[in-house]
Design a protein. Sequence first.
Length: 201
Amino acid sequence: MGFISPVPDFPEKLGIVAVEASAFGIYSIPGWFYAWGTTYVVGAGTIYYIPIFVARTTTYTGIATDVVTAAGAGSVARMGIYQCAAGNPAGLVLDAGTVACDSTGNKEISITQTLNRGWYFLAIVTNDSSPTLRAMDSTYSVSAPLGAYGTSIGAGGPTTRLALMVGSRLTDAANGLVTPAPAPAASIQLGSLPLVWLKDV
């Protein structure tokens, strides 16, 4: 399970980003473009791996998600960054820590993380299946940095994968992301995709 191995480099002219601007700064999902937002109910203990492409060496100062519907007391989401190797998440770059999901709103963790030009995966995992997160809607226009083409889990035909995921990882949500990344076991091919943003301003 994984993306087709990315090419060694990425054309500058395709270095587009999905950007959210607010009074708190500029948030991006490097390498992505999407035209429409929606929401996504996460699965408890499921790590969602979101591929990104960093077009130039950048120091990020925050990592964030947006809780639309709060979960019960003690609900948290842990976020981080993994290296990309042969189209799969690999070594851990950053475990940023957790944000509370028992209240709504933009949830940001301050970081100081420099990423060189290249491919990475953003990761998010919660300890509760109740929170609803802001998401992109891939039934509308979406441009993903890896645009992978492969065989879907449980089906015989080729599909486009937008993100990878692996379940039964409640310990990661509670105790920390591990390295190397737990191997993906499924993918998001069409529909909504939970969002994790990086802040560089």
